[in-house]
Design a protein around this ligand. Sequence first.
Ligand SMILES: N[C@@H](CCC(=O)N[C@@H](CS)C(=O)NCC(=O)O)C(=O)O
Length: 219
Amino acid sequence: MMILYGYWRSTAAYRVRIGLNLKQLEFESRSVHLVKDGGQQHSAEYRALNPQGLVPLLIDGDTRISQSSAILEYLEEKYPGLALLPGEPEARAAVRSLYQSIACDLHPLNNLRVLQYLERVLDVDKDSRDTWYHHWIHKGFTALEKELSVHAGEGNFSMGESLSMVDLFLVPQLYNARRFNVPLDEYPRLTAIEQHCLSLSAFADARPEAQPDAVLKKD
Ligand SMILES: N[C@@H](CCC(=O)N[C@@H](CS)C(=O)NCC(=O)O)C(=O)O
């Protein structure tokens, strides 16, 4: 069985959980607590597995893959079943362009280690840190809202009628934005796609709150 090193609230691990569920691949989740003990991703034990010190990490037999995009592209090539990419090169390029706008341009600027560096090394206060966070979310989401309004048409998914890798990156990023109280009223297309995706069990089962290592506040 495959092993996925992740963390319940990790946006990048959430993408991979959705992909594994959609392809109906069984996996064992191993939790790497990103905060406890100064962050278990920095432990010698985990660094030996993934020198990048980030989750997710997938182990499939003798194959070890870091980076959620690489993992999902690997699953797509190795395990047919439900397709995460369309068949034609032009449509594939459109999907990759959109999911990479989240994976490469938006998410890295708001990652835990970047926010920690702002606060701990550059002495940025919480309000300024949140301004930084919201700025990059809005920049990314504004472009996506425009682009998906064209691609999605009347369909329920980012690219229209068919689910694609864009949905796997969009839904976790919206979860992440909510955690930081980003208002999402300006993105009706994005939130409608999210709502539809979360009605599917592959997405719902991958939600952070549904993970065994989730720590949920009880009111
Ligand atoms: N580009 C990477 C990003 C991975 C990443 O940033 N993971 C975060 C959690 S979402 C992490 O491990 N953060 C730990 C840290 O910043 O120290 C991917 O797509 O896998």
